[in-house]
Design a protein around this ligand. Sequence first.
Ligand SMILES: C[S@@+](CC[C@H](N)C(=O)[O-])C[C@H]1O[C@@H](n2cnc3c(N)ncnc32)[C@H](O)[C@@H]1O
Length: 278
Amino acid sequence: MNKNIRDIVKERYGNIAKSVGKTKTNSCCGGSCGCGTHNVFGEANYSLKEMRTLPKEAVEAALGCANPHKLAQLKLGEVVLDLGSGGGIDVLMASKLVGEDGKVFGLDMTDEMLELANRNKLKMDVKNVEFIKGYIEAIPLKDNLVDVVMSNCVINLSSNKEKAFEEAYRVLKENGRLAIADIVRLKDVPEDILREETLWSSCVVGALEINDYKRKLEKAGFKNVQIEVVHTYSKEVIDELMQDSKENQELAILNKYKEEFFDIIDNSFGSAYIRASK
Ligand SMILES: C[S@@+](CC[C@H](N)C(=O)[O-])C[C@H]1O[C@@H](n2cnc3c(N)ncnc32)[C@H](O)[C@@H]1O
């Protein structure tokens, strides 16, 4: 895997984890964007009922692009793995749904995110949750262990998605379910923009094109792959997200590509639900 991208992603999410509870602005998919005005990122994807029992810091740390629980339909007693669990919002929600006889693993590579998630676990006082350190491309769990692999806005960050899919398949039980919310690419985008590391770590240009996503899942062995686009990001949304960030790297990209950037990026990416089974 490209070490550079992984380190950039780790640093970005480490900084976001450290800022939770300290800044007012919510952030999405990499903290580059103030999501307060957008109803497609982070906590906006969850109902008040879903959030009611969760610690405030878990909700504030939500960095997802949809709500994988809408697909996962978890049942009592199930074993669940959340890939790239961040501050733990989806894991902690899952812990209630699978109950005391179930088990939920949250996997993340970033120490600061794991610390935040473990603090949130303590606040919720749940016993059926374990946050583990590791990479989604080398899941530290045994074969055929889990009923459901879920994930929210993480696969796009991986520079070895094939390996991540193989690993998800390996740890799933026979007939196990994959329930992913992720960013997908909807149109061709020039290579130089796809190589912008800042846009990769903020969950944009690492996204797979839909047919490629499906092909890669099938190659890993998944059946019944279905991909449903739920939000498309217009240039206005991307513009607002990037301007909100006021981070030098984003401003450098805006200066480099000027207005052309927004015409290219307009409706080129969106969030999607991805379902499949083993
Ligand atoms: C956009 S955040 C999403 C967090 C969480 N799923 C949510 O919805 O709030 C991405 C998370 O994935 C983790 N991550 C990114 N790439 C990873 C990888 N290759 N292996 C493990 N964790 C990864 C990051 O550390 C970060 O916590």
